[in-house]
Design a protein around this ligand. Structure first.
Ligand SMILES: Nc1ncnc2c1ncn2[C@@H]1O[C@H](COP(=O)(O)OP(=O)(O)OP(=O)(O)O)[C@@H](O)[C@H]1O
Ligand SMILES: [Mg+2]
Length: 452
């Protein structure tokens, strides 16, 4: 993922220099500006995720900058840094929507400072997502990508989506990274009678536990420092819609307990509040970890597991359903050719072989990235192995082989991939176990394949 972009504004160049030397700045892409005017100029030309600004500056103050940002870029959080004498202004700005303020010097509270910075950035990420989703909804800019594939595994996934969508039950989607969990969650929403409302998504690992809680439950004014106004949480906002809780295994035990109560009663209270609220949201959760192992290890509550696992959809990794590769590749080649104005007709045979041999640890997301790069670098009408990023030596060798050798090569590869498990290897190859055993005998295959 790209590093979040922070714009830091201070007329005191020595402060900027010191700031840029802080070790934590390595996690971000930081642009310094020595005046608020300069900052406004930068904002008009490049994307920014967070603004950290001094208050007292000549010409245009940090408060004026904050007001401008609120008008022009209301989704960019602003953290104000005050020197002696301007705290009152900072407090007022926070009341008006600034994310937080810190009094100089900040070096005695760096931990809190960086936690706040990360929370502001996480909030910005969520706002970006929500805005994007609402835009998609309002302008119908993007129709949902279909779940592509012809393997029996993906057909089963599609079948499950159709089956569960009209019901309001909680769904747990599991699968390795990039297998399409979020796509499946959205597809469920789109096929449900909640589809006229926007789909909401939040990653349980995106926020510190306190912030996650307030994002979902909302908070009352004065519930904690910085809670200057009452705020509705996503449980409330997602009324009659779907709420996707991604990476659910990462939720803290406190959050798990609170979530369990909400799921059981469909009622909740805002942080710092006493009013019991109810809302008709549908929860869809996802995890890329083996949640049962977390349950067994006591890291995830079993009772919550049962609650969220009313209906489970498991998405197998791409390497276990390689028949889907040509279809997905083709779909995205067409999509990217359109985006980048290319007239690419498809993949060469050896390029396709290369895609079929590769293991795809990043699953569909990785395949899409590889296709995008290939389309960008391809000026001919067909994508060949030279447009693919991984080692294609094995593929070059194959093009000299005959069909029998190719078969032998695939069988060896399948056995290697499955650690010599003949049942799984046969599944992978789409043949019966008996056929596989016959072929292993025929080719006198041992336990040591030569390629890969
Ligand atoms: N079967 C499929 N057909 C078409 N596109 C797919 C398919 N599966 C996944 N994708 C696309 O692959 C990309 C990654 O999918 P998604 O974000 O849903 O993965 P994920 O499982 O949520 O990954 P992570 O665990 O990393 O969050 C998305 O662009 C999605 O649209
Ligand atoms: Mg995801």
């Amino acid at each position: 993922m790209e590093k979040p972009k922070i714009l830091i504004v201070d007329d005191n160049e020595a402060f900027l220099e010191l700031f840029l030397c802080l070790p934590q700045t390595g996690d971000f892409h930081i642009t310094p500006a020595t005046s608020a005017k300069h900052a406004v100029k930068i904002l008009s030309s490049e994307p920014v995720d967070l603004i950290i600004s001094d208050i007292q500056m000549p010409e245009m103050t940090g408060i004026q900058l904050f007001t401008t940002v609120q008008d022009l870029y209301p989704d960019i959080p602003v953290i104000l840094i005050t020197a002696f004498g301007s705290t009152e202004k900072a407090v007022r700005a926070v009341k008006n929507g600034a994310f937080h303020y810190f009094e100089k010097p900040i070096d005695d509270k760096l931990d809190l400072f960086w936690t706040t910075v990360r929370e502001a950035v996480a909030k910005r990420e969520m706002l970006k997502k929500i805005t994007l989703l609402q835009k998609e909804k309002t302008f119908g800019l993007k129709t949902l990508t279909p779940v592509i594939g012809r393997s029996k595994e993906i057909k089963q996934v599609v079948q499950s989506i159709k089956e569960v969508a009209p019901l309001s039950v909680t769904v747990l989607i599991s699968g390795e990274t990039g297998t399409g969990k979020e796509l499946v969650a959205r597809s469920i929403h789109e096929l449900s009678d909640r589809k006229s409302k926007p789909f909401f998504a939040v990653g349980c690992n995106e926020f510190s536990p306190g912030v996650l809680e307030s994002e979902l439950f909302g908070h009352e004014k004065g519930a904690f420092t910085g809670a200057v106004e009452q705020k509705k949480g996503l449980f409330e906002v997602a009324h009659e819609s779907s709420l996707f809780l991604d990476e659910i295994v990462d939720a803290s035990s406190r959050f798990q307990a609170k979530l369990l109560r909400v799921l059981e009663s469909k009622r909740f209270t805002r942080v710092g509040g006493t009013l019991s609220l109810s809302s008709d949201f549908r929860i869809i959760t996802a995890t890329n970890r083996d949640i049962q192992a977390d349950v067994a290890a006591g890291r995830f509550r079993q009772d919550l597991f049962f609650r969220i696992n009313v209906y489970e959809i498991k998405i197998p990794p791409l390497r276990h359903r390689k028949e889907d590769i040509p279809l997905i590749a083709d779909f995205y080649i067409r999509r990217f050719s359109q985006t980048y104005g290319r007239s690419i007709t498809g993949l060469s045979e050896s390029a396709l072989e290369s895609l079929m041999i590769y293991n795809w640890p990043g699953n569909v997301r990785e395949l899409i990235n590889v296709m995008e790069r290939a389309v960008i670098t391809c000026s001919e009408s067909m994508i060949t192995t030279k447009h693919l990023p991984f080692d294609t030596r094995a593929v070059a060798d194959i093009s000299d082989l005959n069909l029998k050798d190719l078969e032998k090569f695939y069988i060896e590869l399948a056995l290697k991939r499955t650690s010599q498990n003949k049942t799984r290897a046969a599944e992978l190859l789409g043949i019966s176990r008996k056929t596989l055993i016959d072929k292993v005998k025929k080719y006198k295959l041992g336990a040591s394949p030569q390629l890969e």
